[in-house]
Design a protein around this ligand. Structure first.
Ligand SMILES: Cc1ncc(COP(=O)(O)O)c(C=O)c1O
Length: 282
């Protein structure tokens, strides 16, 4: 009989797998931790921190965690689409209560494991059911977007539209409009960050123009809403368009009929969304 401590001489089935390189912000974070300079400052990953550089959870998040810990949970299985009260709350955070009351019937929501899970699900859904020729990402964007789309819908051509003008250090409004006009074709998917897309968001007026161009070009708009609440949400100008094709972390469809048709994948993490409601911040 073999001993658990006996040396094993078989090769792991996984030994041929390439290790994944750390992506940009995480590589920077690792370099920051290693750096011994006493005056180092972390301007990388944009999470709240205290003066000592420790994570600074929002008080609303702490309160929600307390309530979760004190709650009498049944730990019953959830339906496959997720927790209904969480989804309802997420829809309201995402679309606002007025819009939700107007369009609620047309919104379908699914709970996913974090924003990464939501992005994966949407990339897969889009590849299977929307079948766009191209997906257009902002440059720059979250490093994982193109990988997630490559894994889930490798047949969709990936393109970039300019987002940040490095020289002028401003949002590249003219660049995005010109590229969409030239490169996007009807049925393409455009991925937009709803808010707090560093270092700046479009103004309300610019969102309105982007929305009009997406309507004109009949694009499927996918909003990655990763940071709502951290920055004023100027994207509401776009969110309110009933005729736009749009999927929120989210999707919607081209105006096949005059009624708003929004399939919303509303996604959020239980503790934080609950706490926003507890605090009435949204
Ligand atoms: C724009 C954007 N979308 C999605 C995610 C992933 O979210 P999660 O950490 O909840 O998986 C991130 C995380 O950094 C992000 O920046």
């Amino acid at each position: 009989m073999g001993s658990l401590n006996a040396p094993r001489n078989h090769t792991s089935r996984f030994s041929s797998l390439e290790p994944t390189a750390l992506d940009g912000p995480f590589a920077l974070e690792a370099a920051f931790r290693k750096d011994t300079h006493e005056a180092k400052v972390n301007l990388g990953i944009g999470a709240y921190r205290d003066d000592e550089g420790r994570p600074w959870p929002l008080s609303a998040v702490k309160e929600a965690k307390k309530r979760l810990a004190a709650g009498d949970w049944s730990h019953e299985y959830l339906p496959l689409h997720g927790d209904d009260s969480l989804l309802q709350a997420s829809r309201t955070v995402l679309f606002g209560s007025k819009l939700v009351s107007e369009i609620d019937v047309g919104v379908a929501s699914v709970q996913t494991v974090s924003g990464t899970g939501a992005n994966s699900l949407i990339a897969r859904f889009a590849g299977k059911h929307l079948n766009p020729a191209q997906v257009l990402f902002p440059d720059p964007t979250w490093d994982n977007h193109f990988r997630i789309w490559r894994e889930n819908s490798p047949h969709i051509v990936q393109r970039w539209y300019p987002y940040y003008d490095l020289e002028g250090r401003v949002f590249d409004f003219d660049g995005i409009m010109a590229t969409l006009r030239q490169d996007a074709v009807a049925g393409d998917v455009i991925l937009l960050h709803a808010c707090a897309h560093n270092p700046t968001d479009p103004s309300q007026a610019q969102w309105a123009e982007i929305a009009s161009l997406c309507e004109e070009k009949q694009l499927f708009v996918i909003f990655d809403v990763a940071y709502q609440g951290l920055h004023p949400a100027t994207w509401t100008e776009m969110r309110g368009r009933s005729s736009i094709s749009f999927l929120a972390l989210a999707l919607s469809l081209p105006p096949v009929n005059p009624s708003p048709k929004i399939l919303g994948f509303t996604v959020s993490e239980p503790a934080s969304s609950t706490s926003w409601f507890l605090k009435g911040q949204i």
